[in-house]
Every structure is written in structure tokens, then in C-alpha cells.
Write a protein that binds this ligand. Structure first.
Ligand SMILES: [Zn+2]
Length: 179
């Protein structure tokens, strides 16, 4: 697919790339917020299940598009106004986190997304019942292990490069101040 674990791992890797390192603070709220944004497009499965008892009926439609990523990203970037515990991420970062989901679905699966909705639209064919969706999320998520491992390695690499660059610029600064 990828499953929620894979999308969350990709979202965390996206965040690590896009954030300024100084933005690091308490960990739990940002991780929960990133998890929500990186999985937001798949709420179309929940909507299909609730409204028609079929998780496939709206799947990969409008929520899997660039436009949705921009609109949802804009809304998410203002959510902190409602409750102080919600992290204050910018519009670009929020949109990027939602869009990371669309890109992951597009490149890591064979079924298309509705990237340019409303200019194009795609719906997942077939039937997905509550039981099938719960079964997939609970028992097939292990298939995302490769994505999760790749994301962890990527985040470690980004941090190492940043640390190396930081040390390098500090050295230059130190040399300048000695001169
Ligand atoms: Zn999806």
C-alpha cells in the first residue's frame, strides 16, 4: 500500500529534511501531528466505510491530490490557534507532509492517485469492508518494515551531514575570530 506505519515513517523523514534544526522542542506533539498529516489523505477510507460500508468507494480520489495537500496544509498551519498544544508548523511544511503521502502512494504502489484533481480523478475499484481494512492495518503493516528502516537510515544520514556541516562552519567561524 504503504500502510499508516510507512506513511508516518516517510512523514517523519520529510519533517527531518524540511525543519530547521532549531525548531526541535518537545517530541510527542510534533510526532503525533506529523503522523496525522502524513496519513490524512487515507481518511477517505474511513469516510467510505462510514457512509457506504465500503472503504474503497472514495479511496484515492480528491484527498490524494496536490490541491488537497495545499488546502489541508493551510488549515493545519492555523490549527495551533485553536489549542496551544498543537504544534505551530508553517503552511509549506504542513502541505509537504500531506503531499508526502500522495507521492508515496504514487511511487510505491501500482494503483494511481488523483494528483491533479479536479482535472483528473481516480477511484479505487472493488470493495473494502471494515474487517478487511482493520485486517490490513493490523496484520499487513509489517510490509512497511522496509520503508520504516529506509526512513530511519535516511534521518540518521541527514543528522550526520548536518552535524558535520555545523562543525565545519563552526571551525571556519573559530578561525575567523582568531585572525
Ligand atoms: Zn493513501
Amino acid at each position: 500500500m504503504p500502510f499508516p506505519i510507512g506513511h508516518t515513517a516517510i512523514g517523519l523523514a520529510t519533517f527531518e529534511t524540511a525543519q530547521s534544526p532549531s525548531a526541535r522542542g518537545s517530541r510527542l506533539a510534533p510526532v503525533l501531528f506529523i503522523t496525522l498529516l502524513a496519513n490524512l489523505p487515507d481518511l477517505d477510507v474511513l469516510a467510505g466505510l462510514i457512509l457506504q460500508g465500503n472503504g474503497a468507494v472514495f479511496h484515492r480520489g480528491p484527498t490524494h491530490s496536490l490541491l488537497f495537500a495545499l488546502v489541508a496544509g493551510y488549515a493545519a498551519s492555523h490549527l495551533w490557534r485553536l489549542w496551544h498544544r498543537i504544534p505551530r508548523f508553517g503552511f509549506g511544511l504542513c502541505s509537504l507532509l500531506v503531499f508526502s503521502h500522495v507521492l508515496a502512494d504514487m511511487f510505491l504502489t501500482s494503483a494511481p492517485v488523483s494528483l491533479l484533481w479536479p482535472l483528473e480523478i481516480y477511484w479505487t475499484p472493488g470493495q473494502n469492508t471494515w474487517g478487511q481494512v482493520v485486517d490490513m492495518v493490523l496484520y499487513q503493516s509489517y510490509q512497511d518494515a522496509g520503508i520504516a528502516i529506509a526512513a530511519v537510515l535516511y534521518v540518521l544520514a541527514v543528522r550526520m551531514v548536518r552535524a558535520a556541516l555545523k562543525g565545519h562552519s563552526l571551525n571556519i567561524f573559530a578561525r575567523k575570530s582568531i585572525e
